[in-house]
Design a protein around this ligand. Structure first.
Ligand code: ZN
Length: 254
């Protein structure tokens, strides 16, 4: 780190749980963000500002006018552009020193499994349930920690998984297959700051995973009900019949 870096990241370095070593770990890290919508925008902006050295943005959608109510990395002038390109421009303005990679292909199990060995943390910011199951299986195969979230209406949820830690549940332990999981917000409404609340929590858990600060809430389902200002949390158990993390065969191709 040079003098400018020490100044830029001084409020991190002052935290004993991060310090110089933690900030250097962030600068040396690679985060991949799937989805640059309501959740992905604040996740990407906080991780870029925090100094995560390389960020890969994955999204094949383009910015629409109806996104602008909550997807804060995109502006009115970005309508029609790829979301990853619009977001990358915002991130470069926030922090010109970091590396941003843009992917406009749809993430598949095969693609994720090939890419994740180079990734330190995966952020699930998609509203596509099918891709979420593929993220789960690819993260187990490659031992990549990941932070999953969903937000719709007035309610959001957050889950952190790390297959490197023994006896911790995976996404399929909670939602065994497609259709048992919560639906996304594509067809329903969503209160604008909700995705900021949940996305900021995702960025926080990623920062903890990358620096080693604190303790990851592995396999704990955390939910936020904005209408009633209510937070809840449940510890999940490993499903001994889980097709993914328990290595049982006959996995369905969701
Ligand atoms: Zn499992």
């Amino acid at each position: 780190m040079n003098d400018q870096d020490l100044l830029r990241y001084s409020r991190h370095i002052l935290l004993p749980q991060i310090d110089l070593d933690g900030q250097q770990a962030l600068l040396d890290s690679h985060a991949m963000i799937i989805g640059l919508g309501g959740l992905g925008c604040p996740v990407a902006m906080y991780l870029a500002a925090a100094g995560v050295g390389k960020i890969t943005l994955v999204d094949h959608d383009r910015v629409e006018v109806s996104n602008l109510q909550r997807q804060i990395a995109h502006t009115d002038a970005d309508v029609g552009r790829f979301k990853v390109e619009s977001a990358a421009e915002t991130l470069r303005q926030l922090n010109p020193a970091i590396e941003i990679c843009c992917v406009t292909e749809k993430a598949t199990l095969e693609w994720l499994t090939a890419e994740l060995p180079e990734v330190d943390v995966l952020l699930d910011c998609t509203d596509n349930s099918s891709i979420r199951y593929q993220m789960n299986d690819a993260c187990i195969a490659t031992r990549t920690p990941w932070v999953s979230a969903a937000a719709t209406g007035w309610a959001g949820q957050l889950l952190v998984f790390d297959a490197r830690q023994a006896n911790t549940p995976c996404y399929r332990c909670l939602y065994p297959q497609l259709g048992t999981d919560p639906a996304g917000c594509a067809e329903s409404g969503v209160a604008a700051p909700l995705v900021g609340v949940i996305g900021s929590l995702q960025a926080m858990e990623a920062l903890k995973l990358l620096t080693g600060a604190g303790k990851a809430p592995l396999g704990r389902l955390m939910t936020y009900d904005a209408l009633h200002s209510d937070w809840q949390s449940w510890q999940l158990n490993v499903d001994p019949g889980c097709q993914s993390c328990q290595g049982l065969s006959s996995r369905q191709a969701d």
